[in-house]
Design a protein around this ligand. Structure first.
Ligand SMILES: NC(=O)c1ccc[n+]([C@@H]2O[C@H](COP(=O)([O-])OP(=O)(O)OC[C@H]3O[C@@H](n4cnc5c(N)ncnc54)[C@H](O)[C@@H]3O)[C@@H](O)[C@H]2O)c1
Ligand SMILES: O=C(O)[C@H](O)COP(=O)(O)O
Length: 620
C-alpha cells in the first residue's frame, strides 16, 4: 500500500513526514523509552524494532542519545523540549505520549521538524476518575492521616472523625471525559453533582443527571459545594483559576480535589485557605513541579496535614497502563511503517492531491473556529450575548461560496473547524482532531455542523473568489425559530496563500487571524483609542496593529431602528444599553494585534475603560 500523507495545517514541514518515513528508515529502526511504559505495547514493537528502555536520563543525556532514535515514547516525566526535538530531528519521526496530557512536549517544535506527536486520549480516563473518587473519600474520612497515625503507634479515633459524601454536593469544573466519569461515579455514591463547563453539552449533562451552572460563573458554584474537583486541562485560561478570592467564597467545611494538572488551583492560595480554615481539606495528585521542588509551595502542599496527597498516580493502574501502551505503540508501529495514526496531536489528515488546493482554506477555517471559541464562546458574556451553552449544544453552518463551492470533498474543512473550535479549550493542541475522528469528536462535544455549497455566487456581486462563512445558533434557536437572525457570524477569505477575516459578529473587518489579538466592543466615539492605548502602555503591552471594524450595513440599520425604539420608550429586546449622553454613538469593534503578557488584570482594566462594552483576548 502506498504511504498516505499526513499534513499539519499549520506547517508544510509535517506534510512530508509520513511519506519520507518508510524510505528514511534504512536498517532496523530504534525506539527510546525513557519512562516506565507497560510491556504489552512494547512487545508489539520489539517484533520489528530495537526498543531501548532506560529510565532516569538527565535532560543532557536525553539530548545526547536522541539522534540515534526514530521513535520516542514518554509519559509525563520526560520533558520533550525544543532542544531534544532539534537534536533528534534528523531521524526522529514520532513522539508518543503514553497518556493524555502533552504539556511536557513542545508540540509546535515537533510540528516544525515534521515529527508527529501521538497520544492516548482515553486509555486512562477510568483510572483518573477512580483516583478522584479515591481522594474524595480519603479526604472525607481522613484516610491518609489515620494511616500514618496508626503506623506511628497511635490510636486517635476521636481526632479523625470524618464526613459523609452521600447527599452532599460535588462541584465539577471541566465536564469532559474524566469529569463526566467522575460525575456518574459520584451520583452512584448518592451525591448531587453541579458542573461548570462553558463548552459542555447541556443535553449530555442533563442525561447524566448533572446540573450545569447557568451563567458559567465560579461565584455561583463555589458557595454551594461540599466537595470541588477540577478536570480541565492546564491552559492560559485555567492557570490559577482558583485563587484566594475563590477559596474565600467556599464553605469552611468544603474539600477540594485535583487529579488534573498542578496550577489550576493557585498553590499558595490553597495553602492559605487550608491554614486559615477557609476550607477543610484537599486531595491532591498533581503539582506545579513534579516531584515537588524542595521548599516549594508544591512541597508544602504535599506535606500539609489537611491534604491527602499522591505522586501523580491518576493513570497508574495496571489496566490504564496496558491501554495507553497498546494505544501508542500501535500508532508508532503504523507511523514507522508509513501508515496513519489514530490519535495524532499535530496532524490532521489530508491527501496530497487535496492539499495544494485546500490548505489555505483549512488554515482559514481552523482559525475561524478558534476565533469563534475565544471570542463568542467565552465566559462571562454581556447579557445580550449570553447563551445557556457556549459550544456544546450549538449548531454550526459552514457556507462555501465562489470557487470553493465547486470542491465537493470539503471533509478537511469540516475537520479543521472541529479542530479550531476545540483547540482553545483542550491541552492536546487541536484536541487530537483529524479527518478520521472529527465527526466523533464533534458528537462527543455536542456540536452539530452543516456544510453548504453556494454555487450561484455571481462574479459580478462576488467580493472574493472564494469565501467561507461560519454561522452558529443554539440548538433551541435552530429548532424553535429557524429564520431567527440571532446567529453569531464570522466570514473569511483567502488571497494568494494568506488568510483574512472579513466579518466578525455584526462588524465588517479585514485582518489576518494571526498572533495575539484583543477584540474590544465599544461605542465608536473620540477618545476610545487613547484610553485603550493608555491602559496597554501602563501594562507594557506593545500594539502591533489596530483596526476599527464598523457595523455592516444590515447591523447599522438595526441599530438605528433600535435607537429610534429606545427614544419612543419601546422595550428593547436585544443589544447593549447605551449610557446616557451616548445615544447617537455607533457600536464598533477595535481589533488590536499585541505583543506582551496579556494578563487578566489587563483585560479587567480594558473592560473598565470608558465606553468599552466587552473585551476578548484571542490567541491564534
Ligand atoms: N492525574 C492523572 O494522572 C491524569 C490522568 C488523566 C487525565 N489527566 C488530566 O485531566 C484533565 C482532563 O482530562 P480529560 O481527558 O477529561 O480532558 P477533556 O478534554 O475530555 O475535558 C476537559 C474539559 O475541560 C473543559 N474546559 C476547558 N476550559 C475550561 C474552563 N476555563 N472552565 C471550565 N471548563 C473548561 C472542556 O470544555 C472539557 O469539557 C487533563 O488535564 C488531563 O491531562 C490527569
Ligand atoms: O495526562 C495523563 O495522561 C496523566 O497525567 C498521566 O500521566 P502519567 O502517564 O505520567 O502517569
Amino acid at each position: 500500500m502506498a504511504p498516505a500523507a499526513i499534513i499539519d495545517s499549520a506547517t508544510e514541514a509535517a506534510h512530508s513526514a509520513i511519506q519520507t518515513t518508510a524510505s528514511a528508515l534504512a536498517g532496523r529502526p530504534r525506539i527510546l523509552v525513557p519512562e516506565k511504559v507497560s510491556a504489552e505495547g512494547l512487545a508489539l514493537l520489539r517484533e520489528h524494532y530495537d526498543v531501548d528502555t532506560c529510565t532516569g536520563l538527565s535532560p543532557e543525556e536525553l539530548i545526547s542519545i536522541i539522534p540515534s532514535y526514530h521513535g520516542l515514547i514518554v509519559r509525563s516525566e520526560t520533558k520533550v523540549t525544543a532542544d531534544v526535538l532539534a537534536a533528534g530531528s534528523s531521524k526522529l519521526r514520532v513522539v508518543a505520549r503514553a497518556g493524555v496530557g502533552v504539556d511536557n512536549i513542545d508540540v509546535n517544535a515537533a510540528t516544525q521538524h515534521g515529527i508527529i506527536v501521538v497520544n492516548s486520549p482515553s486509555g486512562n480516563i477510568v483510572a483518573a476518575a477512580e483516583h478522584t473518587v479515591a481522594l474524595l473519600l480519603a479526604s472525607a474520612r481522613n484516610v491518609g492521616r489515620a494511616d500514618s497515625s496508626l503506623k506511628s503507634g497511635k490510636w486517635e479515633r476521636s481526632k479523625l472523625v470524618g464526613v459523609e459524601v452521600g447527599h452532599k454536593t460535588l462541584g465539577i469544573i471541566g465536564l469532559g471525559k474524566v469529569g463526566m466519569k467522575v460525575a456518574r461515579m459520584a451520583i452512584g455514591l448518592g451525591m448531587k453533582v453541579v458542573a461548570l463547563d462553558p463548552y459542555a453539552s447541556p443535553e449530555m449533562a442533563k442525561q447524566a443527571g448533572v446540573s450545569l451552572v447557568e451563567n458559567h460563573k465560579l461565584e455561583e458554584l463555589l458557595p454551594v459545594v461540599d466537595f470541588l474537583t477540577i478536570h480541565t486541562p492546564l491552559l492560559a485560561s485555567t492557570l490559577n483559576l482558583l485563587g484566594e478570592k475563590e477559596f474565600q467564597m467556599m464553605k469552611k467545611t468544603a474539600r477540594v480535589l485535583n487529579v488534573a494538572r498542578g496550577g489550576v488551583y493557585n498553590e499558595e492560595a490553597l495553602l492559605k485557605a487550608l491554614d486559615g480554615g477557609w476550607i477543610a481539606g484537599a486531595g491532591i495528585d498533581v503539582f506545579t513541579s513534579e516531584p515537588p521542588e524542595e521548599n516549594s509551595m508544591a512541597a508544602r502542599l504535599a506535606a500539609h496535614p489537611k491534604v491527602v496527597s499522591t505522586p501523580h498516580l491518576g493513570a497508574s493502574t495496571v489496566e490504564a497502563q496496558e491501554n495507553v501502551s497498546m494505544d501508542v505503540c500501535t500508532q508508532v508501529l503504523e507511523i514507522l511503517r508509513g501508515g496513519l495514526p489514530t490519535a495524532a496531536v499535530n496532524a490532521p489528515l489530508i491527501l496530497p492531491e487535496e492539499y495544494r488546493r485546500l490548505q489555505p482554506f483549512v488554515k482559514l477555517v481552523e482559525k475561524m473556529g478558534s476565533l469563534y471559541t475565544q471570542h463568542f464562546a467565552r465566559s462571562p458574556h454581556p447579557p445580550h450575548h449570553r447563551h445557556s451553552s457556549m459550544l456544546g449544544g450549538r449548531r454550526f453552518e459552514l457556507v462555501y461560496t465562489g470557487e470553493l463551492a465547486n470542491i465537493s470533498n470539503t471533509r478537511p474543512l469540516y475537520a479543521a473547524l472541529v479542530k479550531g473550535l476545540v483547540s482553545p479549550i483542550s491541552d492536546a493542541s487541536g484536541g487530537n482532531v483529524n479527518m478520521v475522528n472529527a465527526t466523533l469528536i464533534a458528537r462527543e462535544r455536542g456540536i452539530a455542523i452543516d456544510e453548504k455549497h453556494v454555487r450561484d455566487h455571481s462574479p459580478s456581486t462576488a467580493t472574493y473568489a472564494s469565501q467561507v462563512t461560519l454561522r452558529s445558533v443554539s440548538e433551541s434557536e435552530h429548532n424553535n425559530n429557524p429564520s431567527s437572525n440571532a446567529a453569531q457570524v464570522i466570514e473569511g477569505y483567502v488571497s494568494g496563500r494568506s488568510v483574512f477575516i472579513s466579518k466578525l459578529d455584526r462588524f465588517s473587518a479585514n485582518f489576518h487571524p494571526e498572533g495575539t489579538l484583543l477584540v474590544l466592543h465599544n461605542y465608536d466615539q473620540p477618545g476610545k483609542i487613547g484610553n485603550v492605548g493608555m491602559v496597554l502602555g501602563r501594562h507594557s503591552i506593545n500594539i502591533t496593529f489596530m483596526q476599527v471594524a464598523s457595523l455592516d450595513d444590515e447591523a447599522e440599520q438595526t441599530q438605528t431602528q433600535t435607537q429610534t425604539q429606545k427614544q419612543t420608550q419601546t422595550p428593547v429586546v436585544d443589544g447593549p444599553v447605551q449610557p446616557e449622553g451616548q445615544k447617537a454613538a455607533k457600536e464598533a469593534l477595535m481589533i488590536l494585534g499585541v505583543d506582551g503578557d496579556v494578563t487578566r488584570d489587563v483585560i479587567d482594566d480594558l473592560a473598565k475603560a470608558e465606553g468599552i462594552l466587552d473585551v476578548s483576548l484571542v490567541r491564534l
